[in-house]
Structure formats: structure tokens, C-alpha cells
Design a protein around this ligand. Structure first.
Ligand SMILES: *[C@@H]1O[C@H](CO)[C@@H](O)[C@H](O)[C@H]1NC(C)=O
Ligand SMILES: *[C@@H]1O[C@H](CO)[C@@H](O)[C@H](O)[C@H]1NC(C)=O
Ligand SMILES: *[C@@H]1O[C@H](CO)[C@@H](O)[C@H](O)[C@H]1NC(C)=O
Length: 263
């Protein structure tokens, strides 16, 4: 089960309140920051944080590989080497674990236009999101999308599939029979919804067999962002606030991403 961060956050708020009162006393004399408007009342945060990113574990499955990730972090300097500090280097594929795809991943013209991960719109990556369960007996086809009946106006959707039940992100071997969007499912989404962000619970939003063409359908529509390899275990379906921040990797067509939901 997931840890509940509520308790820690409240303790954090208590400390923040004390610090804030001390700061207000000091700052009220010359209140250039407008701190005195709080009158000692610090707004209380009532919020639960749900982490939907996977840790970069050594046993994390890697696309099309029977060898799991291993350690992407390599110690370059340490006491053992006569250094005064530890300093590591990070080395892994940009589409490892929980990550985001940029249009340049599958579209040559997008690559030429510089539509890399650094160009992704943070307004789309952050905001209200709907978490839905998909019918387990099928991939996400046009028929599935029709049945899901996602209201027009919804811009961000996380699709929890059979992948979560099968715990595929917890297996060391890549599993090509994972569930995802088919071409017609992707086309239906583009034609009939206002969705700008699609998230899924395995390493690709598109099925293995139709991966390239399905990605192209989704990425071609300017402004659809794809989140892959999300951890959607043990979360109730419903509406949350999504917060996602990719790394600003120039020219990269993908990036590791930290995503959380708040309620
Ligand atoms: C220490 O230095 C050696 C030789 O330069 C290198 O092979 C090794 O990886 C380093 N190990 C650590 C922990 O820094
Ligand atoms: C650095 O890492 C090594 C090896 O993991 C560890 O033994 C050491 O205490 C760490 N700290 C420093 C400051 O090197
Ligand atoms: C989804 O498609 C894959 C082929 O890419 C297939 O192996 C799998 O069985 C399909 N899943 C379902 C639930 O039909």
C-alpha cells in the first residue's frame, strides 16, 4: 500500500507556521514583501500527495530487453578514491521508467522544428486530470474509447489497464503483450475528444505491434503529451490535480519525469 504523506505534511506545516510567525515579526518593520497581510494566519495545506512515478530501481524493466535497468547511477569520486566528496554520473536511456515523449520521438518534421522535451507545455503537464480504469479484456480501441465516454472538455486522462493488474512494471523482463492504444483507439481520441495528455501504466501508450503508427497519430496532433511507465497502483479512479516536470533536455525526444497527483 501507499504511504500517506498527510501526517508529515501537517507536521511540516506546524514548523512552517512557527517560522512564519518569527519571520512576520522581523519583517513587519519594513514590509516590502507584504508579509504582514497574513496577520499571523498562515494558510493551512490540506492535501494528499500520491507519487505516480516509479523509482529507477535496478530491477525496472527496459523496453524490448530481457535485462532490467541495473544501476543508472555511477560513483565517479569518493573517499575511497581520495576525494573529499561523493559525486555520481547518471547514465540511462531517456525513455527509461516513468517518462514523457516529445513529438520528435516519432515525427521527423517535429525533430526539425525543435519539438524536443524542452518545448513541452507545462500548462498541459500540470492541471486537473481524470484517472480511469479501462476494460481489461481489450486494448484501448475506438470501441473502448467510445465505451469509456470521457466527457468533452477533459484535457488530461490517465488510463489504468490490465498492465497494473499484471504488475508489469514490477517484472524484470520486458513484456510485449502489454495493453495500450491501438491505431483506431488513438485516432478516435484525436477525432472525438479534447484530450491533450495521455498517461499509461507501462512503457508505451501504444500496443507493441502498432507502437510506431499509434504514437505518430497521437503526436501529430499538436499538443498531445504522452506519459509512459506510470505507477497507478492502489489509487481510486476520479479527478486529481496532476503535477509533472520533465528535465529540460535540449534536443531530446524523451525525458525521465517526476509526476505526482494531489487530492
Ligand atoms: C575509483 O577509481 C578507480 C580508478 O580510477 C575507478 O576504476 C573506480 O571506478 C573508482 N571508484 C569509485 C568508487 O570512485
Ligand atoms: C561515498 O561512497 C562510498 C562508497 O559507497 C562510501 O563508502 C563513502 O562513505 C561515501 N562518502 C564520501 C564522502 O565519500
Ligand atoms: C493487446 O495487444 C497486444 C499486442 O500488441 C496483445 O499481445 C495483447 O494480448 C492485447 N491485449 C488485450 C487485452 O487484448
Amino acid at each position: 500500500m501507499r504511504e500517506n504523506y498527510m501526517v508529515d505534511m501537517e507536521r511540516g506545516c506546524g514548523l512552517a507556521l512557527l517560522l512564519a510567525i518569527a519571520a512576520i515579526a522581523a519583517a513587519c518593520a519594513s514590509d516590502s514583501n507584504n508579509i504582514c497581510q497574513w496577520h499571523g494566519e498562515v494558510p493551512k495545506m490540506q492535501r494528499r500527495i500520491i507519487d505516480i512515478s516509479h523509482a529507477y530501481r535496478h530491477d525496472l524493466p527496459v523496453w524490448d530487453s530481457s535485462t532490467p535497468l541495473g544501476s543508472p547511477v555511477h560513483l565517479q569520486h569518493s573517499f575511497a578514491n581520495g576525494s573529499l566528496f561523493n559525486l555520481s554520473e547518471l547514465k540511462m536511456g531517456c525513455h527509461t521508467g516513468t517518462h514523457v515523449d516529445a513529438p520528435s520521438h516519432f515525427l521527423q518534421e517535429a525533430y526539425e522544428e525543435g519539438l524536443d522535451v524542452n518545448s513541452l507545455d507545462l500548462e498541459i503537464l500540470n492541471g486537473l486530470v481524470l484517472l480511469v480504469d479501462t476494460p481489461r479484456e481489450e486494448n484501448i480501441t475506438a470501441h473502448t474509447m467510445e465505451k469509456l465516454n470521457i466527457p468533452f472538455g477533459v484535457e488530461r486522462v490517465l488510463f489504468r489497464t490490465l498492465n497494473s493488474d499484471r504488475r508489469l512494471m514490477w517484472r524484470t523482463n520486458f513484456e510485449s503483450s502489454f495493453s495500450g492504444f491501438t491505431k483506431d483507439g488513438a485516432q478516435w481520441l484525436v477525432d472525438h475528444t479534447s484530450i491533450k495528455l495521455v498517461g499509461l501504466d507501462y512503457l508505451s501508450v501504444a500496443t507493441y505491434e502498432e507502437a510506431a503508427e499509434t504514437h505518430r497519430i497521437l503526436l501529430r496532433k499538436q499538443g498531445i503529451i504522452l506519459l509512459e511507465g506510470l505507477d497507478l497502483d492502489d489509487i481510486e479512479v476520479g479527478i486529481y490535480v496532476l503535477h509533472c516536470l520533465p528535465m529540460r533536455l535540449i534536443n531530446a525526444e524523451g525525458s525521465p519525469i517526476r509526476c505526482i497527483l494531489t487530492k
